[in-house]
Design a protein around this ligand. Structure first.
Ligand SMILES: [Zn+2]
Length: 412
């Protein structure tokens, strides 16, 4: 795999150096005088930040695509940071994304002859009428069974009742959506006797928190699978059928996980995700900081030998900040204290340099003693020096864009 990756990366680096002004000298540290590549110098290549991409869109465009990679299209992404960037991508990277998705759907034993629904934003004005018309098969192109499959798009901002009716009317067995949308719907459904009837969900865009699994199984009867991807890098990983960990798409993207000093992380150590997609030759992203935190896992017993990403944490700007400027993630650590507080759901917000607000819905009535006990343990273990206050909420707090951010830093 390493030999294969170096071959693909070598082509990408040479292409970028020759046809992309932004990379004309940026890749010099890895090239020897004779034009060959010294892979031991890989870590000397600078990390590409989102702000670099925002400032250098024109300079990052290739003047000449390799044969078979085009045509190209453009898209913009605001990401979780709100800093919008424009991206040019190739048809090849899109096609490879489909292939990676199909492979994962085989791991998950999906039936491509059944119906799938996607909950999406940004659909055209006449989306409602079109939501009842099949958009055709969604499984692998050359699979005969898959030709009988149907998929439909439905708008993500509709009510839970409308979404459930649509799933029922088109006889959906699979659903793909941004992970917190079905979770928010599931929480609503569990307050009533409404239930969905799905086989599986494919969740993307935001991390899948541990409590999502039981809620989604109870509300929709669905098994939960994850897709980790970005507009910048295409497919990055898909969850294994044996758990919540991801197998990286090592044939199409180099995934690095680095510590704060830029050194590769050990298994189990959380660090920044750096991606280099091999086939985005229109606008190469070489050592791009994706804006996520993740940790490697040990090799998987399922038989798939692709690298294991054990845990995908929230986006970097949803990390919390200590008075000395260090950033930290609360998600996995604080979840374990949940039973002490007794919350149906919660949101942690950093609202000042030393202020944390816990917004939650108690499972029973509010209990000040439980809050005090929770504060004491949280402060002792993770939040030394922070003041913790509490606010009771009735519904899951969503951003204007409809996202639920469980650990949100509002001090930026
Ligand atoms: Zn596995």
């Amino acid at each position: 795999m390493r030999a294969f990756q170096q071959n693909e990366l070598g082509s990408l680096l040479r292409h970028a150096r020759a046809t992309v002004p932004f990379y004309k000298t940026r890749l010099d540290p890895i090239f020897k005088a004779d034009g060959s590549i010294d892979w031991s110098q890989w870590s000397k290549l600078p990390i590409l930040k989102r702000a670099d991409v925002a400032a250098n869109y024109e300079a990052m465009q290739s003047s000449k695509l390799p044969d078979g990679h085009g045509p190209t299209a453009t898209d913009t992404t605001s990401g979780s940071t709100g800093l919008p960037i424009k991206i040019t991508f190739t048809k090849l990277i899109g096609d490879i994304g489909f292939t990676m998705g199909w492979r994962a759907q085989r791991w998950w034993d999906f039936d491509w002859s059944a119906t799938r629904v996607n909950w999406l934003g940004g659909l055209p004005a006449d989306w409602e009428a079109k939501s009842r018309v099949s958009k055709g098969p969604w499984g692998c192109d050359d699979d005969a069974q898959a030709q009988r499959g149907q998929f439909y798009n439905y708008h993500v901002t509709t009510s839970v009742d409308d979404k459930l009716k649509h799933l029922h009317d088109v006889n959906a067995r699979y659903l793909a959506a941004q992970s917190n949308v079905p979770y928010a719907a599931g929480l609503d459904m569990l307050k009533t006797n409404k239930r969905g009837k799905l086989d599986s969900m494919v969740l993307f865009s935001t991390s899948i928190e541990p409590e999502y699994y039981a809620t989604l199984y109870e509300a929709f009867g669905a098994k939960v699978h994850g897709m980790y991807s970005s507009k910048e890098a295409g497919s990055i990983g898909f969850t294994c059928s044996t758990g919540s960990h991801y197998h990286a798409c090592a044939e199409s993207v180099l995934v690095e996980i680095l510590d704060s000093d830029g050194r590769p992380c050990e298994v189990g150590q959380s660090g920044r995700v750096i991606v280099t997609p091999f086939y985005n030759t229109a606008q190469p992203f070489i050592r791009y900081e994706q804006g996520d935190l993740a940790s490697w896992g040990n090799s998987c017993a399922c038989g798939i030998t692709l690298p294991v990403i054990e845990k995908l944490d929230g986006r970097i700007l949803h990390l919390f900040t200590r008075a000395d400027g260090t950033r930290f993630s609360l998600s996995s650590s604080i979840d374990k204290l949940g039973p002490i507080l007794g919350a149906e759901f919660w949101q942690f917000a950093q609202i000042g340099p030393k202020q944390i607000e816990v917004r939650y819905k108690p499972t029973g009535s509010r209990d000040i003693l439980r809050e005090e006990k929770f504060s004491a343990l949280a402060q002792q273990e993770f939040l030394l020096g922070f003041e913790i206050s509490y606010k009771i909420i009735k519904n899951l707090p969503l951003t204007k864009g409809g996202k639920f951010i469980k650990y949100v830093n509002e001090t930026y």
